[in-house]
Design a protein around this ligand. Structure first.
Ligand SMILES: Nc1ncnc2c1ncn2[C@@H]1O[C@H](COP(=O)(O)OP(=O)(O)O)[C@@H](O)[C@H]1O
Ligand SMILES: Nc1ncnc2c1ncn2[C@H]1C[C@H](O)[C@@H](COP(=O)(O)O)O1
Length: 215
């Protein structure tokens, strides 16, 4: 246990659209709590760059790859007994990305059904503890686009801004319906990861959400 009363076996998941600041906050939260991190693999992802060049050709492959990677991470977290901050949830893969590509026709209906049936079968296993809290990061679309640009991943910068706009809208709808675990919404203009007082404030909020959920 830490000064915030956040259990040492807790699972904190950070969610939100691309570029919003998940990885940055994940690293800082883990540092403050002495937790381990579970990050998405971007640099060694064998499909991601190909996918950005040709959604139709690679969307199914990429979703299967992400599903496998995230499932391995879930298993690792389960076997370690928690105490993790996780960068992005598996629920976003299916609820945002796979659905968006199926709806816009860049993933076939058959591929989408195969993917969702695999996802559902995987979620129904003991390796699937729900997060104690999902921190949802939100901010204005221009601020997020600015961050994508500044981060400098060429494949994302070259992608039509309408892709990010559509994702942004889908995230707003998705979080309003999200019921799997307690949610803490944070506006990216209202915290500073480099300010200890600001991180303290976030951690107390995390603690409150977790305490409220166990009552
Ligand atoms: N609180 C913040 N204030 C200013 N810039 C930030 C903040 N958090 C993240 N960034 C910057 O925004 C970009 C995207 O952040 P990142 O954590 O990689 O986002 P995500 O993991 O959600 O895609 C990075 O360049 C990062 O340095
Ligand atoms: N499930 C996914 N489908 C398509 N693309 C995805 C998925 N999960 C992540 N991505 C992409 C989006 C970004 O380009 C990178 C990393 O995401 P980030 O939000 O920057 O951590 O992978």
């Amino acid at each position: 246990m830490n000064k915030y009363g956040i259990p040492s076996n807790a699972l904190i998941t950070v969610a939100g659209t691309v570029g919003v600041g998940k990885s940055t906050l994940t690293a800082e939260l883990a540092r403050h709590l002495g937790f381990r991190t579970s990050f998405e693999k971007v640099d060694h992802n064998p499909y991601l760059e190909k996918f950005y060049h040709d959604f139709e050709r690679w969307s199914f492959h990429l979703q299967i790859y992400f599903l496998a990677e995230r499932f391995k991470e879930q298993k690792k977290i389960f076997e370690a007994g928690g105490g993790f901050v996780q960068d992005r949830s598996i629920y976003e893969d299916t609820g945002i990305f796979a659905k968006m590509h199926a709806d816009q026709g860049t993933m076939t209906q058959t591929d989408y059904e195969t993917y969702t049936s695999l996802f559902e079968a995987m979620v129904m296993t003991p390796y699937f503890p729900h997060p104690d809290v999902l921190i949802y990061l939100e901010g204005s679309l221009p601020s997020i686009l600015k961050r994508i640009k500044e981060r400098g991943r060429e494949m994302e910068i070259q992608t039509d801004p309408s892709y990010w706009e559509q994702m942004y809208k889908r995230y707003s709808d998705w979080i309003n319906e999200f019921k799997v675990c307690p949610v803490l919404r944070l506006n990216i203009d209202e915290y500073d990861v480099h300010d200890p007082a600001s991180m303290d404030d976030i951690l107390w909020k995390v603690s409150n959400v977790i305490q409220k959920a166990v009552k």
